[in-house]
Design a binder for this molecule. Sequence first.
Ligand code: NDP
Length: 444
Amino acid sequence: MAYVDEVYARVVRENPSQPEFHQAVREVLDSLRPVIERNEEKHRREALLERITMPERQLLFRVPWVDDKGQVQVNNAYRVQFSSAIGPYKGGLRLHPSVNLGIIKFLGFEQVFKNSLTGLPIGGGKGGSDFDPKGKSDREVMAFCQSFMTELHKYIGADVDVPAGDIGTGAREIGYLYGQYKRLTGKYEGVLTGKGLTYGGSLARTEATGYGLLYLTEEMLRCNGHEMAGKTVVVSGAGNVAIYAVQKAQQLGAKVVTVSDSNGWVYDSEGIDVELLREVKEVRRARLTEYAAARPSAQYHEGRGVFRVACDVALPCATQNELDLEDAKALVEHGCIAVAEGANMPTTLEATEYLMAHGVLFAPGKAANAGGVATSALEMSQNSMRMSWTFEEVDRKLRDIMVGIFHSIDEAAKDYGVAGNYVAGANIAGFLKVANAMEAQGVV
Ligand code: NDP
């Protein structure tokens, strides 16, 4: 049996009931076949793939907190410190009822390669809880965050592990988490990123994932003889990534006609009004029905449907496995030329294969959404230097990083005989740096 198949079988055997983790490992190991096969016996002897698919440390803990009625609530919480080969663990905290260990492990595993692709010295980790901030009062969210950090602070630090935001963890949550860390440790240090601008945050971090997605997509289009201007774009999600993807796509001359949340989606024939979207989602924390109610050109639909709308470019920016095979078929039928993942693993394996087999340019999340973590690393640099860069400086560095990522995945794909396969290119380029650092550091 080939070494990659042996390792995949072991991952499935040892991590039962974690389908998302299996899916992420399968995709990466399949891409690595040509790399591993060049030196299979050496890699097997060094157990390189076993070590890269097994987290260095997995923390599971309970988070008790008191709700507004005086009832004690208890949530499950996780921090998976996946790899510190190239820097301190780095990755977001997800707060969503769907969170479980398998989801956090898939996200942590992806993060290792994504962080490597940025070219910055950051290892991979991820964490979160099945706590749902939706519908909770600010006091309840604070009570949860303080209790969560009371346990987590023992395992993190500016040079150890630096968490950030993700689904359900925005500026409010990061603020409460940071306050509690400072209170417990007495240290004012860059232990979290995504902080507010008044206490160590970086300009352009809020915009970074969405903007970065568009910088990479634009470069991918340009290198394949297209341009963003004039394109019709569908976006899913209406959170941090989606909002700033819509804004940057519009700045680059595209027309974005959809956004969605977990209840339904909006089609806006005039193009999404990004200021109204921000008001509904960031200020009022309301549902998209309110966007549609305020905008005559918008139609609201219950359920899913974004990827059935005719478009040139599709940007899934909500959650994992939201774009399935039927969606992929509809996109191809409508002549879609590019799909770039703003979310983590939003496209199922079957859908990814279908899109690529039908000539759709496909940028995987670990490359396309790396702008968020790259700018988090820039926030860490500013914190260490006790300095703040301007918006333009950070945005320029972000753009250079995203263009650089595109070229490194493009070149890795060409080097290994799979030109144009950016999934393989991203996995190979991300892997090579981590594997090299692991080898240099010995058996640890
Ligand atoms: P937010 O919480 O800000 O927004 C998430 C959006 O997706 C919301 O519109 C939400 O709708 C929707 N959504 C969440 N879960 C589901 C679901 N199960 N079904 C349908 N819709 C859903 O998160 P972000 O924008 O930060 O993150 C979105 C994706 O991007 C995630 O995959 C995240 O891991 C990834 N990512 C984020 C980065 C960042 O910097 N923020 C960096 C890199 C990747 P509703 O409000 O109704 O729940």
